[in-house]
Ligand binder design. Structure first.
Ligand code: ZN
Length: 203
């Protein structure tokens, strides 16, 4: 199983990190060992002093596919969720300036939080899903999927022309603005429409 992640998919987040607006989706992969086991706390890794939360809408791929056309992409998933793409921002910044790959900053153990899966049929319009990250009881990130530069179906189409999608693969669709640092004892909750899909403690 692989985690396929999209960077820079919300204009406001691109601005807050002062990144360039990409001409096509920015794609990276996290290994399956990055998945934070259910019910486990997230431990800030020793190599970073600036780990950021990034809340993202997740899509679970249900069958094998390659070169999937956007109009058929909806046939490749039935479930969606919400997760966190934890990022060691200090390490990522260092790697970026040297033009090196981001994996150490994005793919470390526990760096992928995956919430409870929901049938997509629960939601009227996947291109207008409200979601948020609550940190210690306060709103930290809030957006909706209509602000994505590329929709879920467009992302599946794009990604599948480079990587064969397999059953169980998970797509992280990018984070909106409001990313920030986590501290020990933070409590993070992910809310999709009216459902809480994850709640984790930071250590
Ligand atoms: Zn991200």
């Amino acid at each position: 199983m692989k985690l396929i992640c999209i960077g820079r998919n919300y204009a406001a987040h691109i601005e807050e990190l002062q990144n360039e607006r990409p001409a096509e989706p920015v794609v990276f992969i996290k290994p399956d060992s990055a998945v934070l086991p259910k019910e486990q706390d997230f431990y800030i890794p020793e190599f970073s002093n600036d780990v950021h939360y990034e809340v993202e809408v997740l899509v679970k791929i249900k069958k094998v596919g390659k070169h999937i056309a956007t109009k058929f992409a909806h046939k490749y998933y039935d479930e969606i969720s919400l997760g966190i793409d934890f990022t060691a921002r200090d390490l990522q910044a260092k790697l970026k300036t040297k033009g090196l790959p981001w994996e150490k900053a994005k793919g470390f153990d526990g760096a992928a939080v995956i919430g409870e899966w929901m049938p997509k049929s629960n939601y009227k319009n996947l291109d207008k899903l409200r979601f948020s990250l609550i940190k210690n009881g306060e709103m930290a990130q809030q957006s909706d999927t209509s602000f994505m530069l590329w929709s879920i179906d467009e992302l599946i189409s794009h990604v599948s022309s480079y990587f064969m999608l397999k059953k169980g693969d998970i797509l992280f669709t990018g984070t909106p603005s409001g990313v920030g640092k986590v501290e020990p004892n933070d409590y993070l909750e992910g809310i999709l429409e009216n459902d809480q899909l994850f709640a984790i403690n930071v250590r």
